[in-house]
Design a protein around this ligand. Sequence first.
Ligand SMILES: [Cu+2]
Length: 426
Amino acid sequence: MDGMGSGGMDMMTMMQNMRAMMDSMMNMEMSDNMRAMMEVMRGMMNMMMSGEVMPGMDMMTMLQNMHAMMDSMMSMEMSDDMRAEMEAMRGMMGMMTGDMMPEMGMMSPTATPEAMAGMDMGGGHSMEPISNVGVPAATENLGGQPLEYRLEDGVKVFDLRAEPVLWNILDDVAVTAWTYNGTVPGPMIRVTEGDRVRINFTNNLPEPTTIHWHGLNVPNVMDGVPGVTQEAVQPGETFVYEFEARPAGTFMYHSHFDSDVQVSVGLYAPFIIDPAQPEEPTPDVDVTLMFSEWRVINGQTYPAMPMAEAEPNYFTINGHAFPATETITVQRGQRVRLRLIGIGQFIHPMHLHGMPFEVVAIDGYPVPESARQMRDTLSVAPGERYDIEFVATELGTWMFHCHILHHVTNDGVEPGGLALVINVVE
Ligand SMILES: [Cu+2]
């Protein structure tokens, strides 16, 4: 903790200054929410000053969390005085995280400078477009398709590579996407509960990355959190993930490195685990839909974020915006399951025309029949999964779309975005 901060202050002095600022801010007028957050931040600062970290976190994670808290506090109502103090504190936090990066090896037993180098410490990265120099056009146009595996001694072995491609979200709008195996979403891994699964993962991106198996019960060392459970996979390197697929349900995998950027530009895919005992009734139609957002300005792709100057202007289902989204055609009387996955950074209240649906699983876990609800609109937040089912009783061309109506536009033009057609035919 003896590294020199900016302006000649060392880390400890900077932390002492920040704590003193927090103490004086606590005397100002503020909302209860804001006060609660200030309390938490002050507690974290006290811990760091005494050289402690919170369970499961290293020093850098704590600083990042505090930085994120400050970001969200900036959007709250407060007096001008308070805002000025917050600004100053956020600036110091930015300097501290910047200065600490080269020392991370000393800060935590698992953190490495390599693992930390690409993480966002000050928010600057979001203003840079994703480089499209030398990036090839995608050779596939459908994401989320089942990935083939080979059996090796009873293990299902999959090959994944992270790589940039130019991906068409609309016929005339392409994004520079970071993908698994060249599609958005990446290919679906679909196995049966209890299967032993091995994923040979090669990083062909210009930055480090990792894969997190979202919602699966994997051993800690397979959890894919850089600087915490593994070192980040450097460009050109291969890392082998291996675990038993559990529990059954709808899950996903995604980057956990600089995820604010990497996930926003396409590093995500579905992971479906079928139950060992077949379900009753088995749906006739089973479709997985991943919701996300994009920011495309003058032909350049920027990671879309819930932040001023970074907001999305395109919204996609499985990597396409309406009318380029897939049409789901079903026969009257068929039972339809839609697996809804929120992987962007925005909430999407999805609304089905024509027929209500039942929520049969939440985050992969079955909802007991007695607890099921009929709905026609269901909000899908980032990270959440909902399996919904309905029997297609009504003939016709029915819309399924987000009811935040700005999300059904393409760069401000309606109709577009998070919408698709369900065709019920005889
Ligand atoms: Cu939406």
